[in-house]
Every structure is written in structure tokens, then in C-alpha cells.
Design a protein. Structure first.
Length: 156
């Protein structure tokens, strides 16, 4: 197995969980509409802790469900996604490292995996939150991670 830069349990951009409109420019605001307001719900302000429960989850090739629970614990960050009828009502565990972007205006979490990759992941079992299960899930997503072109892999 090739060394990876990917830590599946760490949020790639922790600021996405602390408010702000576009992760890197929290002072940006949505454009005003003709009546002086804006159509989208307000995003939390900079530094405001964000609860992602209820946000929709978008894979690279389509919607996969809604966040049922989330954790931003150090080295244990993850979201549990209720896939509804897509995978027969199954829930899936997505490590925080799979989250590419959080759009607070639209209440959508974008992940950098395809629907098929998520469907093929180890099944979620809330009773199996032991180290072996986490390692199996983490390895599944780490093995599928492709570092950006030109990046030097390093062992995590």
C-alpha cells in the first residue's frame, strides 16, 4: 500500500465547522435580492459552532442522503448519513476527511467520493464503534484517496 497524506478522521478544513460563508472568507455575505434581502437562509457567522445534522450530503455524482449525526472530536471526526431509499434506508459512516466542502447557505455537505464508493463502504453498525471497525472504515477511504497532482505522499 502506498503511503497516504490522507487522515480519514480529521476535518480537512475545520473552519467549515465554525461558521463563515465560504470557509476562507467569513466576512463575505450573500448578495442582496431586489427587496434588499436574500433568498437563502443565513449562514452562521465566523466562529459559531455548526451542527451539520439535517444537512444534505452530495457525492461527486449525486445526492446520497442527509446527515443523521456528526462528530468533530479530534481524530474521530465523522458524519453518519441516512441514505433514505437510495441504499434501502441504510446509514453510512463517512470519515470527516471525505468532506471536501460545506455550503452553509444551501445546507449541503460535499464529499469527494462517488455514490458507488460510498455504497461499497463497510456497512455502518452503531454497535461496532470499536477500534477495529474504525480502522477498517478508515483504511477503505484512505485506500481510495488520490493525492493532488505533484503532492508528495507522507505516512500518517
Amino acid at each position: 500500500m502506498q503511503p497516504s497524506m490522507f487522515n480519514p478522521w480529521a476535518w480537512r478544513d475545520p473552519s467549515a465547522l465554525a461558521g463563515g460563508y465560504t470557509q476562507t472568507t467569513p466576512s463575505a455575505t450573500p448578495p442582496d435580492g431586489p427587496d434588499g434581502g436574500h433568498d437563502a437562509p443565513d449562514a452562521p457567522g465566523p466562529g459559531t459552532p455548526v451542527d451539520l445534522v439535517g444537512y444534505h450530503v452530495q457525492a461527486t455524482d449525486g445526492r446520497i442522503g442527509t446527515i443523521d449525526e456528526a462528530s468533530n472530536d479530534a481524530d474521530a471526526g465523522h458524519v453518519v448519513v441516512d441514505t433514505g431509499p437510495w441504499i434501502f434506508g441504510q446509514k453510512v459512516l463517512l470519515p470527516a476527511g471525505t468532506v471536501a466542502h460545506v455550503d452553509h447557505q444551501e445546507r449541503v455537505v460535499h464529499v469527494d467520493r462517488t455514490r458507488q464508493e460510498i455504497k461499497d463502504a463497510p456497512p455502518f453498525d452503531p454497535e461496532s464503534a470499536d477500534a477495529e471497525y474504525r480502522e477498517r472504515v478508515g483504511n477503505y477511504y484512505a485506500d481510495k484517496y488520490l493525492p493532488p497532482p505533484g503532492a508528495t505522499p507522507r505516512v500518517m
